[in-house]
Every structure is written in C-alpha cells, then in structure tokens.
Design a protein around this ligand. Structure first.
Ligand code: LIP
Length: 291
C-alpha cells in the first residue's frame, strides 16, 4: 500500500462518509486509500494471472484490442470499491457505467496501454480516479512492471512510489519548445492516424524529440515526473486522463485543451507553463484538434 508523504489516511471504509456539500475534507484521503487498494489488487491480478494464451477481441477497429484481462481487472476494481462504498457510481473503459447515489463516481481504466500489455511491453498501467460532483479529488496510476505508483489528492500534492520509497512530485522549469521532449499517441482508426501523422510531421522539426510510449496515463504522469517535458494527444478519454490529470496538476503541471479549452477527447495537452502555451499554440496553428 503506498501513500503520499506526510499524509495520514484513515483506513478505507473506516467511516460511512457520504458526500455532502461542501466537500468533507477527510473524503479525498479516504477515496485515495480505496483507490490504492483497488489498484494494488488489479496489478496483482494482471501480473500474476496473465494467461499465456491471452485471448483478444477488438473494439473500435481491428487494431483496438480488448483482452479478457481488461474486463477481469475492471470487474475486480469495481468489486473492491463497492465492498467499502456500495453507493458510489462507476464509469469504466470496459463498460461499467452507473451514477450511484453518493455523489462519488469512480473513473476506471483497467489497463491503460492494452497493446503494450498484449505484447508484454512494460509500459502499461491501471488508472483509478474518484470524482466528487464531477471533479476529480483523488487519483492513482500504477505501472506494476515498472514498479511505479503515482498518487494524488486534490490540494494535497502528488507523489511517486518506486522501490518502496515515496517522494513528492514538484514543479520544475520547462525548456523552450525546440529543446522539449514531447510525448504523444495515436488513435486506432486509420483516418485519425493519418491526420495525427500529418501533425507529427510538422511538429518533429520544432522539438527536441518525440516519444510514443502507449499509455496516456503514464505519459501525463511522466510530465509530472520530468521524464517528459510535455504531452499532447487527440482522442484520449476521461478514463485515460482522470487520475493522471490530477497527479499532473498537483505537481504544478498545466493540463488542458487548445484555445483555452479544458482537456477533452478533442485534445489533451500537459506541460508546465510557459511550455504549455507554446505547445498548445503550435498545435492550434496545425489544427491538431481537427481531423
Ligand atoms: C491507449 C492510450 C494511449 C493511446 C493508445 C490507447 P488504451 O489507451 O492510453 O495514449 O495512444 O492508442 O488509446 O486503449 O490502451 O486504454
């Protein structure tokens, strides 16, 4: 179990806390505790029980896979959360979708980076966020093969736990665009990939380099960690970015869309200022949020 430094968290489910407005100050920490437990259990399932012959179906296109493990992971996370908070809602990539009655909704990506998981690449994660009245207040992104767990509570900072040690993630200065290492990703539909390739071809000469690692949640956490200077992607969903977006914001990284918009499937950009403004400006010029 990992928790950000300096935090004292009551045990998950130690109080029957329903959401009342204004936000109960103890609630985010409790929700983080539940998320860490669920992420830990899902990580164990995905690593210890990965079948040799992983059965795969496809979703939005022949290159958009879903495995039996995506569904098993989401089922386990929902069961874990519901065991201590039965009235909460859930919204997951593999179909969990209920509003609940407590005002808390769990936003779940049971495997972010499914193609990497399928090919036994280490860069995949479990992402769990807790929203209260539509705003993310606690989030966990864990990459079990990398031994990295990112955690954040709203107003309480963000942390990384690796090698059994936890440290706070703090803002650092960003380089100018031409010296920036930028992460991105691509959708599954050929037409979308064609337009993303067009944008990439224009951007590559204007940055230090590009990385495409395959998990939006880990890419956004990488910006908070300083392993990337910035990230952008068109087409990622709420379950990909909910938890990592809180980690990044709590580490002092700006997360948003283009032209002053919030982040959305139209475009997600993450970078410290002033790099965010420069990168978002170039992406707007390239109309990167349009096919
Ligand atoms: C993945 C995203 C990634 C994107 C991939 C894929 P999934 O999510 O995290 O950023 O480039 O195409 O969408 O489908 O593995 O949960």
């Amino acid at each position: 179990m990992t928790e950000p430094p300096g935090a004292s968290y009551p045990a998950a489910g130690s109080q029957d806390v329903s959401v009342t407005t204004p936000l109960d100050p103890a609630l985010p920490a409790q929700l983080l505790h539940v998320a860490l437990d669920a992420a830990h259990r899902a990580s164990h399932l995905l690593t210890e029980q990965r079948p040799a012959d992983l059965r795969v179906a496809s979703k939005s296109s022949p290159t958009d896979p879903v495995t039996v493990m995506d569904k098993a992971s989401e089922r386990l996370i929902v069961e874990t959360v519901r065991a201590v908070r039965p009235d909460d809602g859930v919204f997951g990539e593999e179909g969990s979708d209920s509003a609940g009655s407590s005002g808390v909704v769990w936003v779940i990506d049971p495997i972010d980076g499914t193609v990497n998981y399928l090919y036994a690449h280490p860069h995949w994660s479990v992402s769990i966020a807790a929203e209260v009245d539509g705003e993310v207040v606690a989030g966990v992104v864990t990459a079990p093969v990398l031994d990295e767990t990112y955690a954040a509570v709203v107003g309480g900072g963000a942390s990384i736990t690796t090698g059994g040690k936890t440290r706070r993630l703090e803002f650092r200065s960003a380089p100018p665009l031409e010296q920036a290492l930028i992460g991105t990703g691509f959708g599954y539909a050929p037409e979308r990939r064609r337009s993303q390739g067009r944008v990439l071809a224009e951007l590559i000469p204007r940055v230090r380099d590009i990385r495409r690692d395959g998990s939006a949640a880990l890419d956004i956490c990488a910006v908070a960690l300083g392993r990337l200077d910035g990230y952008y992607e068109r087409g990622v969903n709420r379950w990909d970015t909910a938890a990592a977006g809180l980690v990044a914001r709590e580490a002092g990284v700006r997360v948003g869309g283009l032209r002053g918009d919030r982040d959305s499937p139209q475009m997600t950009v993450a970078a410290p200022e002033p790099l965010f403004r420069t990168l978002a400006g170039v992406l707007a010029e390239l109309e990167a949020d349009r096919d």
